[in-house]
Design a protein around this ligand. Structure first.
Ligand code: HEC
Length: 168
């Protein structure tokens, strides 16, 4: 018996459509760039360091008092997975029952930037790639303008020297 070829083709199409569907729904990690890591660093500094500390050691001013405490990113194994995708999904869902809340409210590109930045603390393949980019970034500078200091007293203007009358 010959198999109807068009039927096989149709089955193949359905199968490939089905396997493509989950990929289409799942956002894909962007490539690491200096720009992305600069963005990740800025977001980490403002949003994560209170608990995780600037160096990712979990010793931020609030991190020290938490149970469970945030782990040392560079030393302790990750419970939720340490790939870029895994870190992204930790940011999406948070870690229930801990101080690690969901950061799903942050824009998606910022969460990818954060995932890459977190990974730079790790010695995984992606982590090393990220660290190279982070190390090459210009140092962080204080943003914004400083508050005005105390008013500085300006020395009194020197009185204009009276014009000496021209001697005839
Ligand atoms: C209020 C404190 C707090 C803040 C703010 C916070 N975290 Fe966390 N985070 C924690 C704690 C506590 C844990 C550990 C949870 C556990 O024990 O599983 C954690 C866990 C994590 C993990 C999972 C590590 C693993 O074991 O898989 C990642 C990744 C992470 N945080 C990234 C971030 C990023 C990025 C930010 C900033 C957007 C952030 N966190 C902000 C407290 C915080």
């Amino acid at each position: 018996m010959r198999f109807p070829i068009h039927l096989l083709a149709a089955v193949g199409l359905v199968a490939s459509a089905a396997s493509a569907a989950p990929d289409a729904a799942k956002p894909k990690a962007p490539k690491a760039t200096a720009e992305l890591l600069a963005k990740g660093r800025a977001a980490f500094e403002t949003t994560c360091t209170t608990c995780h500390g600037t160096s990712g050691d979990g010793k931020g001013p609030a991190g020290m008092y938490l149970t469970p405490p945030p782990r040392h990113f560079g030393v302790d194994p990750f419970k939720q997975g340490d790939s870029i995708d895994a870190i992204f999904s930790t940011l999406q869902s948070g870690v229930p029952g801990t101080a690690m809340v969901s950061f799903a409210h942050l824009p998606e590109d910022e969460r990818w930037a954060l995932a890459w930045y977190v990974s730079h603390f790790l010695s995984t393949k992606d982590g090393k790639k990220a660290k190279k980019l982070v190390d090459a970034l210009p140092p962080l500078t204080v943003q914004g303008t400083l508050p005005p200091g105390p008013p500085t007293s300006t020395p009194p203007a020197t009185p204009a020297t009276p014009a000496t009358p021209a001697t005839p």
